[in-house]
Design a protein. Structure first.
Lengths: 410, 407
C-alpha cells in the first residue's frame, strides 16, 4: 500500500527525544527522514540505556532504536566548512528542516530561517526548544521533566500533602514531538495549496501549558488555584467530580485496577458486580454527592473487595457489568497479556544488524488506504552516508571518497 | 492572515474524548461544525463552570476545547431527518471526526463505506478507547482507565519508602484524551497529504489505547531489550533500578527539579561561585572536588553525595523560582514545579503572546487561557471565535443545508 508522506524529504537535525519523536511520526508515515549526525557531538540517546550487550557502541541502544526506526543516518562533520557545504546542499533538496537545539544554535551555524530560505525558498523549518525562539528567556533550556514541572503538569500529578509524583517519563518530549509532527504536516498542506513554506517555533513548555487549559481558566475566571488544600487529588476525579474513582490494589505484588464510576447507573452496576454488599446499599453511598462526601470509606471498602481478586479477573467482571475498569498495565502486561493488542497485531519485529531482531509497536492511528508502517529498524550511525550523497546529492563515488579522505564524513 | 488549514470543512461529532482533535484543526483555520444532541455535548456538563453555576454554556472544559468551532444541534440518533442533514453535511465535508463507540455509526447508516459513496474525498476519523475491533472494542473506558491500560499510569507514582502503599498515579488534565487526539490529528493530516496527492479520502481507526501505549518512552524499550519492567519513583523517571532524586523542596515549600550538578568544569565553576557567594559549599575548593567524575552521583563518589547534601541546604534556603532562574542563568536545565496558572505571571510568555482571552456567558472581560502550541510565521494559530453556545449556529447551518451548500 502507498505511504501517505511518500516523496517528502526531511533533513533531520534533531536529537535526544522530542525532535526524534516528531520525525518518528513522519518516518512512520513514509517521509524520507535523513538524520544528520556528527561524530564529535553524538546524539546522547545513542548511548542511552537499555543497551544490548556489555558496552555502548552507538548502535546498540534499545532506547535509540525505539525512537529512530524508518530513518536514515548520515555522518557529517558540520564543523568542517566542506561538511557545512554538504549540509546546505542537503537542505536545498529537502522539504523540511527540523531541529531541537537550544535557541540560537542554527543562527550560529549561519543556518537561520533567512539562510535556509535562500537555499530553498519553500522550505519548512521547524524548531523545537524549551522556551521558543523569542521572549526574554529564550536562552533557557529544558529536559522533558523540566518542561513538565514549569508547565504545571508535574504539579497536577500526585497525592495531596505529598511531593509531586509527576510523570514517570518524558511525557513532554513525546508531546512536543507530536506537536512538531502535526505542525509540519499542516505546513506541508499549506505549501501544497499555496507553494509557500514557513518557519515554525515550538516551545516545549508552552505545549505543556496547552494541556492544562481548564485548570488555568478555573483560576482566571473562578480564582481557584491547584495550590489549595487537598490538591492535587491523586487518582480521585477533579471534574467531573465523581466517586468512586481511583486505582485499587488487587491480589499479587504491585497489581492495581483503575475504576471510574461516572454516574448513578454505573454505581448500580458496580454494586451488582460486587454482589450487593450491605454496606453499598446504605444512604452513605446512594448518590454521587454522598459518595463524594464519604470517599475515604468508599475507597477502603472497594479496595477490600478488589484485593480478593486478580487484576484481570476484576477487570473482566466489571466490564461485563458495564463498569469502566482497567488493569494498571506494565510493559510486560501490554506485551505478553493484553488481548486487545494481540488481536490487532500491535507488536511487530524488525531485524537490526547489531541488536538482532528488535521488538516494536505498530503505527497509531490506522489509515485504511495509506497506513503508516514499521518498515526498518533504526540506522547504524552513518549507515546511509554514501547512499544519500550518491542518490540525493548526485555525487560520484570519487567525489564522496574525496570528502571522506578530507575528514568530512565523520 | 488565516491558518494552514483554511478552507477545509470539518464535521465534528465529539464529546470529551475527541473534542481536542476538532480544536486543533479549528485553531489552525479549518471550518469546524460541531454537531451536538439537543441537550448538548456531554462535555458541557463537565465543571468547573463559570462562577460555579452549571449550565450548557458555562463549562470551562467545553470553552477551552471548542474554540473556533460552530455548534449545530442535530438529533442524529433519534431523528431521521436530522440524520439526513448529517449525511448531507458529510457529503460536503473534507474531514469527519467522531468519537462514537464502535458500531454506532454503522447502525445509523453513517459508516465510512456509506458516507464515502457520495464523497470519495472524505477523510473519516473515528476516535475510540480501544479501536474498532478486538475483544476490548466495546469495553467501557475513561481517561483514568485508558491511562491505566495504556501504560503511562503504571510509570507514575512514588518510591514505597516515600509513600508506603501508594498506588500508581494518574496525572490530571485528561492526558489520555489529549494523547488520543494528538494521534488522531496526526492521522488526519497524513491522510490529508495523501489526498493532496491522490484525490482519495480514507478511513482512520484511532485507538486511544494504542496512542497511549506509544507514549511511555523508556517503558517499552526496557521490556523489548531486557524483558524488564521499570519501577515507579517519586517525582522522576521510572527506571530499571533506583536512580538519584531530581525533585527537591525549596524554602517556600515548592518543588524544584534539578539534575546532577557540575558534570562539566565550566558549569561547576559557576555553580560553586553562586553557592560560595552566599556562604554555602565553602569546602568545594578542595582539590578532591576538581575531578568531574567525583561530582557524578551515579558513580557513587562521596564528593557527589556531599555536593547534593549542600545543594539541598542551599535549595531549602531559597524559593523555587530563585533556584530555577539562578540555575538557568548558569546553563542548568532546571525547572520550578509550578501550578499551571503560575505561568500567567511569567513575562516570558507575555513576550510571546501566549495567553489569549476567553469570553462567554458570565464573562465579558476576556479571561486568559493558553493559546498557540506552535508559532507559524506565515499562517499563525488564531482565536477567531470563542467556543459556541449550544446550537448557536443551528439556524444558519440548516438554512445552508436546505440550499444544498456547506454552511
Amino acid at each position: 500500500m502507498p505511504l501517505p508522506l511518500e516523496g517528502i524529504r526531511i533533513c533531520d537535525l534533531t536529537w535526544i527525544i522530542a525532535g526524534p519523536t516528531a520525525t518518528r511520526v513522519l518516518a512512520d508515515f513514509g517521509a524520507e527522514v535523513i538524520r544528520v549526525e556528527h561524530g564529535q557531538s553524538v546524539d546522547a540517546i545513542r548511548l542511552g540505556r537499555p543497551i544490548v550487550g556489555e558496552h555502548p557502541t552507538l548502535n546498540n541502544s534499545g532506547f535509540f532504536n525505539y525512537f529512530n526506526r524508518n530513518k536514515k543516518s548520515v555522518l557529517l562533520n558540520v564543523r568542517h566548512p566542506m561538511g557545512t557545504d554538504l549540509l546546505r546542499q542537503l537542505i536545498a533538496k529537502s522539504d523540511v528542516v527540523i531541529e531541537n537545539f537550544s535557541s540560537g544554535v542554527m543562527e550560529s551555524w549561519g543556518l537561520g530561517y533567512e539562510e535556509l530560505k535562500a537555499l530553498r525558498p519553500d522550505i519548512i523549518y521547524c524548531a523545537i526548544s524549551g522556551f521558543g525562539h523569542s521572549g526574554r528567556d529564550k536562552a533557557f533550556t529544558t529536559f522533558g521533566p523540566t518542561a513538565q514541572a514549569l508547565s504545571g503538569l508535574t504539579h497536577l500529578s500526585g497525592l495531596p500533602g505529598k511531593p509531586s509524583a509527576g510523570w514517570g517519563f518524558s511525557y513532554m518530549d513525546h508531546t512536543a514531538g507530536y506537536y512538531g509532527a502535526m505542525a509540519i504536516m499542516m505546513a506541508l498542506h499549506h505549501r501544497n495549496v499555496t507553494g509557500e513554506g514557513q518557519q515554525i517555533d515550538i516551545s516545549q513548555v508552552e505545549a505543556g501549558i496547552v494541556l492544562t487549559g481548564p485548570v488555568v481558566l478555573d483560576y482566571t475566571i473562578n480564582g481557584r488555584s491547584w495550590r489549595r488544600e487537598g490538591m492535587p487529588p491523586g487518582n480521585r476525579a477533579w471534574e467531573p467530580a465523581v466517586a468512586p474513582h481511583g486505582a485499587y490494589s488487587c491480589a499479587g505484588d504491585d497489581r492495581w485496577i483503575a475504576i471510574a464510576v461516572m454516574n448513578d447507573a454505573e454505581w448500580e452496576a458496580l454494586v451488582r458486580a460486587m454482589e450487593e454488599p450491605a454496606w453499598a446499599r446504605g444512604p452513605k453511598f446512594a448518590t454521587n454527592t454522598a459518595r463524594l462526601a464519604n470517599q475515604d470509606e468508599l475507597d477502603t471498602r472497594i479496595e477490600n473487595w478488589t484485593s480478593e481478586f486478580e487484576d484481570y479477573e476484576v477487570m473482566e467482571l466489571l466490564q461485563a457489568a458495564g463498569v469502566r475498569a482497567g488493569v494498571c498495565q506494565k510493559a510486560s502486561d501490554r506485551f505478553e497479556r493484553d488481548p486487545q493488542f494481540k488481536a490487532r497485531d500491535w507488536w511487530t519485529s524488525l531485524p537490526h544488524p547489531e541488536v538482532g531482531d528488535s521488538d516494536y509497536d505498530s503505527v497509531a492511528p490506522r489509515l485504511s488506504r495509506s497506513p503508516g508502517e514499521a518498515r526498518f529498524a533504526s540506522p547504524l550511525i552513518g549507515q546511509h552516508t554514501w547512499e544519500v550523497l550518491r542518490e540525493v546529492l548526485g555525487m560520484t563515488d570519487e567525489e564522496i571518497a574525496e570528502q571522506d579522505a578530507a575528514g568530512v564524513l565523520m | 492572515m488565516s491558518g494552514p488549514l483554511a478552507g477545509l470543512r470539518v464535521l465534528e461529532w465529539c464529546d470529551e474524548l475527541g473534542q481536542l482533535a476538532g480544536k486543533l484543526l479549528a485553531d489552525m483555520g479549518a471550518d469546524v461544525i460541531k454537531v451536538e444532541p439537543p441537550q448538548g455535548s456531554s462535555a458541557r456538563t463537565i465543571g468547573p463552570f463559570v462562577k460555579d453555576i452549571p449550565g450548557p454554556n458555562r463549562s470551562l472544559n467545553f470553552w477551552y476545547h471548542n474554540t473556533n468551532k460552530r455548534s449545530m444541534v442535530l438529533d442524529v440518533e433519534k431523528n431521521r431527518d436530522d440524520c439526513a442533514v448529517f449525511q448531507a453535511l458529510a457529503a460536503r465535508a473534507d474531514i469527519l471526526v467522531e468519537d462514537r463507540l464502535p458500531g454506532t455509526m454503522n447502525a445509523l447508516d453513517l459508516s465510512y463505506s456509506s458516507l464515502s459513496a457520495s464523497n470519495a474525498r472524505l477523510i473519516h476519523c473515528a476516535i475510540t478507547p480501544f479501536g474498532q475491533d478486538g475483544p476490548w472494542a466495546n469495553y467501557a473506558s475513561s481517561d483514568l482507565v485508558s491511562l491505566a491500560l495504556g501504560g503511562p499510569m503504571m510509570m507514575n507514582g512514588y518510591n514505597t519508602e516515600d509513600v508506603p502503599g501508594a498506588p500508581p498515579i494518574r496525572g490530571h488534565g485528561d492526558q489520555g484524551y489529549n494523547t488520543a487526539c494528538h494521534y488522531a490529528v496526526q492521522g488526519i493530516l497524513a491522510a490529508l497529504l495523501f489526498r493532496d496527492r491522490s484525490g482519495e479520502g480514507q478511513y482512520i481507526d484511532a485507538s486511544m489505547h494504542e496512542a497511549l501505549s506509544s507514549t511511555t518512552e523508556v517503558g517499552l524499550p526496557y521490556w523489548f531489550y531486557k524483558r524488564q519492567d521499570v519501577i515507579r519513583q517519586t517525582g522522576r523517571h521510572a527506571a530499571a533500578t533506583r536512580t538519584d532524586e531530581w525533585l527537591h523542596q525549596a524554602g517556600d515549600g515548592r518543588g524544584i527539579i534539578i539534575y546532577g550538578v557540575g558534570r562539566d568544569n565550566a558549569s561547576w565553576k559557576k555553580i560553586k561561585a553562586w553557592l560560595q557567594g552566599e556562604g554555602f559549599g565553602m569546602n568545594f575548593d578542595e582539590t578532591r572536588f576538581d575531578d568531574p567524575k567525583a561530582r557524578q552521583q551515579a558513580r557513587g563518589a562521596p564528593e557527589a553525595a556531599e555536593i547534593m547534601a549542600e545543594m539541598g541546604r542551599f535549595i531549602a534556603a531559597h524559593d523555587a523560582e530563585t533556584i530555577y532562574r539562578g540555575g538557568q542563568e548558569r546553563r542548568q536545565p532546571w525547572g520550578a514545579v509550578r501550578s499551571p496558572e503560575e505561568n500567567l505571571d511569567d513575562p516570558h510568555w507575555a513576550d510571546r503572546g501566549f495567553f489569549v482571552g476567553a469570553t462567554g456567558e458570565g464573562v465579558d472581560q476576556p479571561a486568559l487561557m493558553p493559546g498557540a502550541p506552535y508559532l507559524f510565521s506565515a499562517t499563525p494559530w488564531e482565536l477567531r471565535r470563542p467556543a459556541p453556545r449550544l446550537g448557536e449556529h443551528t439556524e444558519e447551518a440548516r438554512a445552508a443545508v436546505n440550499e444544498g451548500r456547506w454552511p
